[in-house]
Design a protein around this ligand. Structure first.
Ligand code: PBG
Length: 328
């Protein structure tokens, strides 16, 4: 072998032992940074599995409360509630009904966990509309931005009355954060915070979620969710939401949008969340089920890398499991 000049600089030195690697890690992954999204379906007496999301279920009222109690015990950063009503209609009325499945779930979970776990709720009409869109439609069948804002304002008041700590407007209507803030403040709910789904993209990776909420959507959401081609626009949406009063902003999906996440983290001064969505979950689960990847390692790497890219908080269907893995 030829003589070579040995390197003077050796980054490998700091990788020598596990303890040293831990000491110099730039990013942490902790239970408090993870939020668990959960589905509760009206009329269920037993939880119902979601075929496209192995390990995730539609909860009954009772199992939802148990899941919330466990999330609190594990020290998670929150629970994000999605409701699936028995009856859907064109206006999404069940979402605005104080006795509707989501609003009852908020009250149930709040009664279970009190202030030990932040209780968050999806503030959007798509789980409640028979056409599956995130807003109400005009007479030509287009999603009507401003008519939808009125529904969101009412939904925010009802969720706050049920006891929610943070509302998550996810419908990508222009002006939704301002309207929700005004509605909350006008009803005296000045402490209810807004986690704005700011940069939300019209993504194929939402596929399994549509089964999870029994979505009846025909077509797509491209007139309101963002074009995957646009990164700068994601930053613009986040800045607008902060100006309208968002307490936290979100980038969604996470994995194909880590560049947007980094840009948003650098542009705003509020906490940034990222949503590790259904398709991202199901891809790992499917590959692991085939024995193609190491499931637990892939989960922890996924969540760590979303944190490294700039997420203060990660919404993930693995939140409870990851918290258990991290405690080992
Ligand atoms: C809309 C909403 C969606 C998700 C969360 N909130 C679906 C959509 O926009 O089509 C997707 C979450 C996931 O895929 O895990 N209320």
């Amino acid at each position: 072998m030829p003589d070579v000049t040995p390197p003077v600089v050796r980054p490998r030195r700091l990788r020598t032992t596990a303890a040293l690697r831990r000491a110099v890690a730039e990013t942490s992954l902790e239970a408090r940074q993870l939020v668990l999204p959960v589905f509760v379906r009206e009329g269920l007496s037993e939880p119902r599995p979601i075929a496209s999301m192995p390990g995730v279920v539609q909860h009954s009222r009772a199992t939802l409360q148990a899941a919330a109690a466990e999330a609190a015990r594990l020290g998670l950063g929150g629970i994000m509630l999605f409701g699936i009503p028995e009856q859907k209609d064109a206006l999404g009325s069940a979402g605005l009904d104080p006795d509707g499945v989501l609003n009852r779930a908020i009250a149930d979970v709040k009664a279970e966990v009190g202030d030990a776990l932040p209780v968050m709720a999806d503030l959007c009409l798509d789980e409640f509309t028979d056409h599956g869109h995130c807003g109400v439609l005009d007479d030509r069948g287009r999603v009507d931005n401003d008519a939808t804002l009125a529904a969101y304002a009412e939904m925010a008041r009802v969720q706050a009355a049920a006891g929610v700590d943070l509302v998550g407007p996810s419908g990508m209507m222009d002006g939704q954060v301002r309207v929700v803030r005004e509605a909350l403040d006008g009803a005296g709910h000045t402490d209810v915070a807004i986690l704005a789904y700011s940069a939300k993209y019209a993504s194929a990776f939402f596929g399994p979620f549509r089964e999870a909420v029994d979505s009846s959507l025909q077509g797509d959401r491209r007139t309101y969710q963002q074009d995957p081609a646009n990164g700068r626009e994601g930053v613009r949406e986040a800045l607008l939401d902060v100006a309208e009063g968002a307490d936290m902003v979100m980038v969604k999906p996470a994995l194909a949008y880590l560049d947007v996440l980094r840009q948003v983290r650098d542009a705003v001064d509020v906490p940034v969340a990222a949503y590790n969505i259904s398709g991202e979950y199901s891809m790992v689960e499917a590959a692991a089920a085939h024995g193609w990847i190491d499931r637990e390692a892939a989960i922890l790497e996924t969540l760590m890398c979303i944190r490294r890219a700039g997420a203060d908080v990660v919404l993930t269907y693995w939140a409870a499991e990851a918290a258990r893995l991290l405690a080992r």
